[in-house]
Design a protein around this ligand. Structure first.
Ligand SMILES: Cc1cc2nc3c(=O)[nH]c(=O)nc-3n(C[C@H](O)[C@H](O)[C@H](O)COP(=O)(O)O)c2cc1C
Length: 253
């Protein structure tokens, strides 16, 4: 499946809306995910309203792009399911399916973590007036990528991560060398992703073929409004860079 190897996080969007048919496809893809005992713990809040977009952009220092994306989908996880301990895994599969469908449609998307940060979950619970039957799981912001193309995905294949017919623990030299207490400023950030290698542009032909399919879809409905496309301010850049390197001062919870 090509979308797996084309998907990258997209945090800047063109001034073009995602149409209703595309939104349905994204939600269908999410709901096609596997889940424990087929419990399907997901629910979705589709956000296109400008005020609401700005509000969900304030969920954390790393969700600012949600204010500018023409579409965000807030994924909710039901708590009244049979195997509640499996529900976060079900939700992860659901989220990834949405990202892959977005890629297939020529859209760019980014998964923004909410669960299980109490502060972020509390913020969205209050914003949407959720009751105890659901918890906010993630925000996926989606739009046409600014510049028209998805950045090229890094090749992360790493033979050293693979063990065959057994597991041999990696030498624990880093653990032995660690001081007894890691100073707070050096402590690894809770959700720090690996630093990204420089990206190249995706091959135009492949990406545009999919974008053309997406373009051919039904045009934007009247109630949809164009996304803001103000250039990212310095603060926003800092938050994204901070997110990607796990060093943002705002990463507290
Ligand atoms: C659970 C989870 C939470 C994430 N939260 C955020 C977030 O809050 N803000 C953000 O900009 N990106 C977020 N990301 C996206 C990651 O930063 C991104 O997937 C990672 O850097 C790898 O880059 P790639 O998606 O382009 O391959 C999150 C991804 C996952 C899986």
């Amino acid at each position: 499946m090509n979308a797996i190897f084309k998907r990258t996080s997209v945090r800047k969007y063109a001034k073009k809306n995602v149409n209703k048919k595309q939104i349905e496809k994204l939600l269908r893809a999410g709901m096609a995910a596997p889940s424990a005992v087929n419990q399907q713990p997901w629910e979705f809040i589709v956000v296109t309203d400008k005020d609401l977009r700005e509000k969900i952009g304030k969920t954390s220092p790393f969700t600012k792009q949600a204010a500018k994306a023409p579409l965000s989908i807030v994924l909710l996880m039901r708590t009244d399911v049979r195997l509640v301990e499996m529900a976060p895994q079900d939700m992860g599969a659901c989220a990834e399916n949405i990202l892959l469908e977005a890629t297939k449609l020529g859209l760019g998307a980014v998964w923004q973590g909410v669960y299980a940060h109490q502060e972020r979950m509390g913020y969205l619970t209050e914003l949407f007036g959720l009751d105890e039957s659901v918890v906010p799981f993630a925000i996926i912001s989606i739009g046409y990528p600014k510049g028209g193309k998805l950045p090229k995905q890094q090749d992360r294949f790493d033979e050293s991560r693979i063990y065959r017919n057994g597991y041999e623990a990696a030498p624990a030299k880093e653990a032995e060398d660690l001081p007894e207490e890691v100073p707070a400023e050096d402590a690894p950030a809770e959700e720090a992703p690996a630093a990204d290698a420089p990206t190249e542009e995706a091959p135009a032909a492949e990406t545009q073929e999919e974008a053309t399919v997406a373009d051919a879809q039904e045009e934007v409905s009247a109630e949809d409004e164009p996304a803001d496309e103000a250039p990212a301010d310095a603060q926003e850049e800092e938050a994204v860079v901070g997110w990607r390197s796990g060093t943002a001062a705002g990463l507290k919870n």
